[in-house]
Ligand binder design. Structure first.
Ligand code: NAP
Length: 299
């Protein structure tokens, strides 16, 4: 058990929120400053806040995650995803604090036929991926006591993500068309929070990068089908999920066709194996339904 508090950035987001809840439930002291108290794009704010206390770890879950918007807002994307982690890493290194940083499958171009390993070359297709790749590089350069966890397709019951969007769209719709030619690894924010905590418990922030995603892989179409299969079991409207191609659904940012991540390294080195993605999705849909019921009762 650590003595000094853990500083968590991005705690109003999916992964930061899940990690903060988990760590607090296990007895860790966590500090969760909002952007009003710690704006990562403001170096003075960072210096003042981090210098104001002793921290056992900094867990950086803050990011600019609007993948399409980043294409027309590169300055903000790079400020948050590249410069800020670099500055955070330099500051934590100076103060002797290890840092855990989150990165993404979108650092890859998707041309590989099978799952990407940590040693595969990166080649981001868009601004978001490029800014996250630069963030990784700056973390590695500035603080040797780091762990970078690349994850993908993050889902939670409360956040803004593919699962909650689908369930919201599903109300009153007979059909939803979903892309079936992009493949990746859906990952529960709660499962990722467990990984972050295990990295802390094993004192493993020693300069390594790991892939951390739920087991197995699917397409966005397959993911939508699983979400609604599970929702239908709970009596929820389940529209037909028709299949479309990436070409039929153009987006400002190009996505990798294959962003499956191999988790062999984290399994071998830290003994961490996440449950299959379908199990995570089922648990998140159940939690979503529970929240809907609770909010109906409160109305
Ligand atoms: N979501 C995914 O599918 C996905 C996939 C792969 C990797 N990742 C990575 O996983 C990590 C966590 O993602 P997530 O889904 O939890 O993100 P999220 O839900 O979009 O949350 C992002 C968080 O970052 C905070 N933030 C943004 N700019 C900030 C700034 N200048 N100063 C301080 N805080 C700031 C946001 O605060 P506000 O509430 O104030 O906006 C929010 O708390 C990120 O590194 C992301 O790149 C995510």
């Amino acid at each position: 058990m650590t003595i000094d508090p853990i500083l968590v950035t991005g705690a109003s987001g999916q992964v930061g929120g899940a990690f903060a809840k988990l760590a607090a439930s296990r007895g860790y002291d966590v500090c969760l400053p909002g952007r009003d108290r710690l704006d990562l794009t403001n170096p003075d704010s960072m210096e003042d806040f981090i210098g104001s206390n002793q921290w056992s770890y900094v867990v950086n879950c803050a990011a600019y995650t609007a993948v399409d918007q980043a294409e027309t807002d590169p300055e903000q994307a790079f400020a948050t995803n590249a410069k800020a982690p670099g500055a955070l890493a330099a500051l934590t290194a100076r103060l002797g604090i290890p840092i855990i940083h989150l990165s993404t499958d979108y650092v890859f171009d998707g041309a590989k036929a099978n799952a990407y390993t940590e040693s595969d070359p990166i080649a981001p297709l868009g601004i978001y991926g490029a800014s996250k790749a630069e963030g990784e590089a700056r973390i590695r350069r500035a603080n040797p006591d780091h762990a970078i966890l690349r994850t993908a397709w993050v889902l939670s019951a409360g956040g803004k993500n593919f699962l909650t969007t689908m369930l919201r769209l599903g109300v009153g719709r007979d059909n939803i068309a979903v892309v079936s030619d992009q493949f990746g690894c859906p990952t529960g924010a709660d499962d990722l929070a467990e990984v972050i905590l295990k990295v802390i418990m094993q004192s493993a922030a020693t300069g390594k990068t790991w892939h951390a995603v739920n087991g197995g892989s699917t397409s966005w179409h397959g993911l939508a089908e699983q979400i609604f299969a599970c929702a239908a079991d709970a009596g929820y409207n389940a529209p037909f999920i028709s299949s479309i191609t990436t070409e039929q659904y153009p987006t400002p940012a190009k996505r990798p066709e294959n962003s499956r991540l191999s988790t062999d390294k984290i399994q071998a080195e830290l003994g961490i194996k996440l449950r299959p993605w379908k199990d995570a999705v089922n648990a998140i849909v159940a939690e979503y339904m529970q929240r809907e019921e609770t909010s109906k009762c409160e109305d």
